[in-house]
Design a protein around this ligand. Structure first.
Ligand code: FA5
Length: 342
């Protein structure tokens, strides 16, 4: 029996040595150690062995099995290492410096418009400030004169967090922090992502970008607001754009307005886009409410200021003639080609 076991072991070790792949090793394992394997069959036939010999032969079979398993494990590790080295060797042959064709991509249309507006305002002495996406209730609402239970809160269906904070519903949430940073005259814009629990349609998303602007100094009036908005729009659209103000209500501005831009498609004559009115509604704005200035640590008797809150998606849609806001977050790149960004 000892001889027979030795023969099996030698044959098996030879086959293990010859194996060139992990799959081949598995075949060897099955052939010798599997349910119908040569070694297993010997154990099965132990019934024919005398009672005295049985423990001894059982021990020999188990030892042989252990030795074969050890050989298999060692060879498997060796083959796996060789496979890794081979794949690394092949990887060296890939030339990563070859330029990719047609796959370079582009900036997102919102990013393009945002950067353009940032450059325009920076050239007029504005700073670009950072805002947070998670904000306190105070900054988002109270500091902009929207106390608890104020009906204006209903206009912005809010995503609340369990700790009482929220996902900012508008970029105005950064006003208080920026006022406290400068403690006086300032010219700042602050773009950022906003969140509202909206019913989605072609012009409403639950996640969208706004760009807010604020200027505070002595004797700031509505004329300053009109001047900067006109310059910004004319630069973005590459032609003179006129603006007009209609009354609008926001608790953080007094007086408050809706700013319309003269239709950049028909120049104000009236077309399908502006519904024949010659004007396109662009963004809310106004003179900063004295209470908001006060909460920002700025004396409203000494200073005044304007603020506006531009929907960046709306501007990008106008600039690139995009008809559905949902395309902007869709990840479907097909809409980029017709607008020359792909
Ligand atoms: C505000 O958010 C005010 N904080 C703006 C403001 C700032 C007023 C400073 C006065 C002074 P409103 O909710 O209207 O206002 O949003 C401003 C712009 O953001 C809208 O004109 C629109 O272009 C964009 N916007 C608002 N909600 C959505 C939405 N769900 N999806 C896409 N764009 C939106």
């Amino acid at each position: 029996m000892k001889e027979e076991l030795n023969k099996i072991k030698l044959a098996c070790v030879q086959e293990i040595e010859n194996a060139r792949e992990v799959n081949g090793l598995e075949e060897v394992r099955v052939k010798y150690l599997g349910k119908k394997g040569e070694l297993t069959l010997i154990l099965r036939n132990m019934g024919n062995v005398s009672a005295e010999e049985r423990p001894l032969i059982g021990k020999m079979v188990n030892e042989t099995r252990e030795e074969i398993e050890k050989e298999l494990t060692t060879k498997k590790a060796k083959l796996e290492e060789e496979a890794i080295l081979k794949s690394l060797e092949n990887a060296k042959k890939i030339d990563f410096s070859i330029p990719a064709e047609d796959t370079l991509g582009s900036l997102h249309p919102i990013t393009v418009v945002q950067r353009e507006i940032e450059e325009i305002f920076k050239s007029m002495g504005f700073t670009v400030e950072e805002g947070f996406e998670v904000e306190s209730e105070y900054n988002n609402f109270e500091a902009v004169n929207v106390p608890k239970y104020h009906p204006a809160r209903d206009m912005q269906d809010t995503f609340w967090l369990e700790n009482g904070e929220l996902l900012k519903t508008h970029t105005s949430a950064a006003q208080n922090r920026i006022m406290r940073k400068y403690n006086g005259p300032l010219k700042a814009i602050f773009p950022g992502r906003c969140f509202r629990n909206e019913d989605l349609d072609a012009s409403h998303e639950n996640t969208f970008f706004q760009l807010e602007g604020m200027m505070i100094d002595k004797d700031i009036s509505v004329s300053n607001l009109i001047y900067f908005m006109k310059i910004m729009l004319s630069e973005v659209f590459g032609k003179e754009v006129n603006v007009r103000l209609r009354p609008g209500y926001f608790p953080f501005v007094e007086p408050g307005f809706e700013l319309d831009a003269s239709c950049m498609y028909c120049g104000g004559k009236g077309c399908k886009v502006c519904k024949n009115s010659g004007w396109i509604e662009l963004c809310p704005c106004g003179l900063i409410h004295p209470k908001v200035l006060e909460m920002g640590g700025i004396n409203p008797d000494e200073y005044s200021g304007f603020a506006f809150g531009l929907g960046l998606a709306r501007l990008a849609m106008m600039k690139y003639s995009i008809t559905d806001i949902r395309l902007l977050n869709s990840g479907d790149l097909r809409f980029l080609k017709p607008i020359g960004l792909n």
